[in-house]
Design a binder for this molecule. Structure first.
Ligand code: ADP
Length: 207
């Protein structure tokens, strides 16, 4: 079974999560690779045996979940550790994302991938790429408010992501999230109608 998949991406704080929720309210299925990564590394998560075998029992907390803060610190300090972590997690996330896309009981799937532009594998799975775009100053203000980070910390995260221009260069569709929530919802309405139309016009053999 195949699914019509719209890849959703955008820089941190651009509004991806909110946009994903708006599509779900309109009847799309949402597959979110961040949520999948969270489940895989939660208590009893499918990635935990491999992570424990690779890094030892100290990477798990008392509940048997990955101690994310400790792992992040180690991965940041040691790039080979980070590569080993990614070598375990990325294939599992990709497989689970595929499974969820195929299992989705909805006309189409919104596949939310924060680093979609940076990762060729996910781009290939998508029939279209939707980028949520907003000025950097707004991104920074939103993340500072949401995560209680200072500007320097937000800029450091942004520096590790694709640039605004790189994202826009691969976008089939763009949501400009520089207005209020009703302006955002109106754009999602228009795109939802567009996706239903495109889906009806696309032979199933092509996706
Ligand atoms: P992302 O998932 O891309 O990191 P979010 O959807 O979590 O971004 O949005 C970041 C923050 O900005 C959230 O707190 C969200 O409620 C807020 N936000 C998003 N879009 C708008 C908007 N148009 N107006 C006001 N706040 C917004």
């Amino acid at each position: 079974m195949s699914a019509y998949v719209v890849g959703l991406t955008g820089g941190i704080g651009s509004g991806k999560s909110r946009v994903g929720e708006l599509f779900v309210e309109r009847g799309a299925a949402l597959v979110d690779t961040d949520a999948i990564a969270h489940d895989l590394t939660g208590p009893g998560g499918a990635a935990m045996p491999a992570l424990l075998a690779e890094f030892g029992p100290q990477v798990a907390d008392a509940r048997g979940a990955l101690d994310r803060a400790a792992m992040r610190r180690q991965a940041f300090a040691d790039p080979t550790r980070r590569q080993r972590l990614e070598a375990i997690l990325h294939p599992l996330i990709g497989q689970e994302a595929d499974r969820c896309c195929r299992a989705a009981a909805a006309p189409y799937v919104i596949l939310a991938v924060p680093l979609l532009v940076e990762s060729g594998g996910y781009r290939k799975r998508c029939q279209r790429i939707l980028v949520v775009d907003c000025p950097e100053a707004l991104q920074i203000a939103r993340v500072m408010a949401r995560n209680e980070l200072d500007e320097k910390a937000v800029r450091a995260i942004m520096a590790a992501q694709a640039t605004r221009a790189e994202r826009l260069a691969v976008a089939d569709d763009v949501i400009a999230n520089d207005g209020d929530f009703s302006a955002l919802a109106a754009q999602v309405d228009a795109l939802h109608r567009r996706y239903l139309r495109l889906l009806a016009e696309t032979p199933k053999a092509n996706y």
